[in-house]
Write a protein that binds this ligand. Structure first.
Ligand code: SF4
Length: 62
C-alpha cells in the first residue's frame, strides 16, 4: 500500500497528520507522505486519514 498527497488540493488542515503521524507529516503548509511503503500496522489509520481529508487530496494505491 502506498499513499501520496496532491499538493494542489491540500489545504494544510493537518487532520491526516493527527490521524496517522506514522505516514503523514507537515512540510511547510502542506502535508506530505514521509514513508515510501505504508507499514501494515499503519494501513488502517492511513486509510482513515484519506477518508477524512476534507478536500480528498490523499491518493492511496494498493
Ligand atoms: S487532511 Fe487533506 S487537506 Fe488536511 S493536511 Fe491532510 S492532505 Fe492536506
Amino acid at each position: 500500500m502506498k499513499a501520496k498527497v496532491d499538493p494542489d488540493l491540500c489545504i494544510g488542515c493537518g487532520l491526516c497528520v493527527t490521524t496517522c503521524p506514522e505516514v503523514y507529516k507537515m512540510e511547510g503548509d502542506k502535508a506530505i507522505v514521509h514513508v515510501s511503503i505504508i507499514p501494515k500496522a499503519a494501513e488502517e489509520n492511513c486509510q482513515k486519514a484519506c477518508d477524512e481529508c476534507p478536500v480528498t487530496a490523499i491518493i492511496i494505491t494498493k
